[in-house]
Design a protein around this ligand. Structure first.
Ligand SMILES: [Zn+2]
Length: 283
């Protein structure tokens, strides 16, 4: 599932090709979107801005009209020169925008709607602060995490109403880095730990936005010497079930956890469910 950094990179790539260009052709496999585009006379309008907010990709056609798409599990935006062969089958095309000699193609996007300024601000208003936004406030984000009460942290990190942009991979990686068990209730977290989670969330996403390669990197210890690009060498715990913890060699555990039974990877030794201080005084 694409996370905030992937959407941010998609928006940046699309903006480089299309910003300031006039729409020559708009097609969609979604009938309501086609009708809305026709009513709004999208063809002929200028693509003024393309940005990401959390996992939402926003294409603006002037200040009053925005196409919002959400990738969900398998959606993606590609950019091609007109006439270039697509890397995905035509049957998976959901939206096509031709402008300035390029075709922007959305494959298998889940949500897509044209919104006026008011509806857009209403939609975005339901989201938490974007982890990649320039004004992201680590302290305020930590307070939002703590305010989620008795819910397990593995669910809260995925809740886009709390923080926008994190997905299932970063969830496991962040919890490992901060040594927090995924089922810990957020109200039981020390404020310093909540601050560490929000600061590291931003760090990890920013590092992946800056990186030239694709894919998610949170651990690059092996790459320095081997140059391996295998995803298994790039992450601390995600996807490493039964492999040795990179800190303590205990086998990594995968369990389906939380509201939606999402796969969650952790080290039972480095991320105990009981608080370490409680154990220290237990005897
Ligand atoms: Zn460990």
């Amino acid at each position: 599932m694409p996370e905030g950094d992937t959407i941010f990179r998609s928006a940046r790539t699309l903006a480089r090709a299309l910003a300031g260009k006039r729409v020559e052709r708009f097609e969609s496999a979604f009938a309501p979107l086609s009708v809305a585009a026709e009513n709004a006379e999208l063809a002929g309008r200028e693509l003024t801005q393309i940005t990401a907010h959390g996992k939402h990709l926003l294409m603006y056609f002037g200040p009053e009209l925005c196409l919002r798409t959400h990738m969900r599990m398998s959606g993606s935006w590609h950019i091609y020169r007109v006439g270039e062969r697509w890397q995905r089958p035509r049957a998976e095309m959901r939206i096509l925008i031709q402008a300035g000699g390029f075709e922007a193609v959305a494959f298998l996007v889940h949500d897509a709607e044209l919104l006026g300024a008011r509806d857009l601000s209403h939609t975005l208003g339901r989201l938490g602060p974007d982890v990649l936004a320039p004004g992201f406030d680590t302290q305020a984000a930590a307070e939002r995490l703590l305010a989620a009460g008795a819910r397990p942290i593995c669910d809260v990190l995925l809740d886009q109403r709390v923080l926008a942009g994190l997905g299932n991979v970063y969830k496991s990686e962040l919890l490992f880095l901060a040594r927090v068990h995924p089922l810990r209730e957020v109200c039981a977290l020390a404020p310093g730990v909540a601050r560490e989670l929000s600061a590291r969330a931003r760090q990890l996403l920013q590092a992946n936005v800056a990186a030239a390669h694709g894919g998610i990197v949170t651990y690059a210890g092996l790459r320095r010497t081997t140059g391996r690009a295998n995803p298994g060498d790039r992450l601390w715990v995600y996807g490493r079930s039964a492999e040795p913890c990179r800190r303590c060699a205990t086998p990594i555990v995968m369990q389906r956890m939380g509201e939606h039974a999402r796969s969650t990877y952790y080290c039972p030794e480095c991320q105990p469910l009981a608080q370490p201080s409680a154990r220290a005084f237990g005897a």
